[in-house]
Every structure is written in C-alpha cells, then in structure tokens.
Write a protein that binds this ligand. Sequence first.
Ligand code: ATP
Length: 310
Amino acid sequence: MTFATPSDAVHVRAPGKINVYLGVGGRHDDGYHALATVFQAVSLYEDVIARHADDFSITVSGVDDPDSVPLDDRNLAMRAAKLLATAAEYDGGVALEIRKSVPVAGGMGGGSADAAAALVACDALWGTGFSTARLHELGARLGADVPFALHGGTAVGTGRGDQLNPALARGRFDWLLVPSDDGLSTPLVYARLDALREAEGALADEPAVSLDVPVPVLQALRSGDPVLLSESIYNDLQEAALYERPELETTILRGIHAGALQGIVSGSGPTVALLCPSPEGAQQVQSMLREQGIHSLHVHGPVQGARIIG
Ligand code: ATP
C-alpha cells in the first residue's frame, strides 16, 4: 500500500458518551448481550496525539490513579493502532499520548473514545487513507462502543451496540455528570444483571425485554425538549449498578431535588448523568450540589465524533 506524506504529529479529540436509553436483551454465545440503545456524545473529551515512532508506546495523563489505565496491549488505543497497522500493512509504529478527561471505568466509553481517536490519528499520521466505513469496521472489532465514538452525535445502536443508525436530535441537552472515585467493571455489572434476572426466574439468555428503542425516546430527542426526554430516559443496567453501588441512588435523588429533570446511571456506571432543563438550570443544580459536597461536570450533547484538531 502507498502512504501519503506523513505529518509529524496528529491530534484527535473524541467524545465520551451517555446512553440516553439502554435496553439489554439476551446474552449471545460470545458473551455479549443484545442491546437496543441510544447514545449521545457529550462535551467531555479524550485527546490523543500520535507521533511517529519505530515501536508502539503509550503515555497517559489526566488520571488520578496511573495504574487504572494499562499501557500495553490491554489498552484499547494500543490495540486500535496495531489493528490499523496490520490492516494497512504499515510496518512502523506510533507513540500515542492520551490526555484523559472521561472518567476511567465510568460507563462513559472513555477507552472506546481513545480507540476511535487512535484509529483516526494513526490513519492521518501514516497517510493510510482508509474510508470512514473501513475505520468503523475496524472499530467494531475493538469494542462495541468504538463505532459510536467515531460517529458522535446521537445514534441508535443495536446488535452489540455497534450497528449504528443516526437519530435526529434538535438543539442541545445539558447534563451534569457526577463521577465516582472508584470505577465499576462493565462485565461485573452485566453479570449482576444476569444474576438479578435469574433470581426473578428469567434466564440470562431469554429475558423478557423488548429490543426496540421506544418511540417516545426518539420523539423527545427530535423535539429538543429536555422535559420530554426526561420522561423517557431509561437504563436496564441501572438496577445492577445500584446493587453494586447503592449510594448512586442518593446522588440521583439529590440531583433531582436540586432541580435536575431526571437522573440516570450512565451505561454500566458508576457515573451519574443528570438531565437539566437548560444551561442556566444546570449551573444552578451544579452549585446546589457543590454546597452538598457533590462534585459534578457540566457538559452538553450532542457533539461530534472523533475529529482531527488544528
Ligand atoms: P465501557 O466502554 O465498557 O462502558 P467504561 O467507559 O466504563 O467502559 P473505560 O474507561 O473505557 O470504562 O475502561 C474500562 C477498563 O478498560 C479500564 O478499567 C481499563 O482497565 C481498561 N482500558 C483499556 N484501555 C483503556 C483506555 N484507553 N482508557 C481507560 N481504560 C482503558
């Protein structure tokens, strides 16, 4: 394959996500659950800078606990770079610098955003010239949330969450994110959901869950009305996440008491996402929560997927 003239460094920014709706169906043979979800990309970003190198390496900043993010082949960004190199038959390497803002193991797809950013950055750095569709296909091999981090905006995800269809969303939605000090393992939360369903007599492979995104969710997004959206946001994983972290329910209730329209656990948690009526409303809720010692981040969605900066 021929490669275009390379640049010295490529800087890519990719967003974290909230699952505005997350329905979880049966577990597939490969261990994945069938999903029907609506993703929204929010203005909390991962920055990945790719530089030429003979080998593959990663540095990470922006995390409290350096041990929380692996720097080897377990890192999704590293796997993304190597997968692209193999697919493009590129025999050099890359030095990836990751500046994290999305909470680690927070249910906001931070690792997936890093992988998406690494694909776009290495594609540009190496002059690979892969199509968006090809990058999405590689992304889906890395993880179910990676295609959405490439896509951004608001989208319906089915299958494992990786089969995307854009959803119309008007205007902007304001969210307060309440991160937790300790992350939650996504497989643990899914296993808890299976256990809870089994205890209720539902087999893990056959839970009685509809796998369509309810029409009111899509209508609310189209209307741009946060009050309507607050009536239909939902997460099947929430019960399992609350089982593991009961204190998250208090956070949701405090948020609503402070003026949020509704609160939800983001993905597998433990980040709590509070939907607010407006930018000003979000600021008011944020200062009321601050007075109670609850730290939150004000973000909005939808925002673009992985993009080259500068
Ligand atoms: P999910 O996308 O499964 O909901 P999450 O958003 O809850 O995941 P991530 O921050 O993506 O959580 O990371 C989950 C785990 O993946 C981490 O605990 C870490 O061990 C591992 N990991 C691999 N690559 C990365 C990365 N680039 N950034 C953060 N964690 C990573």
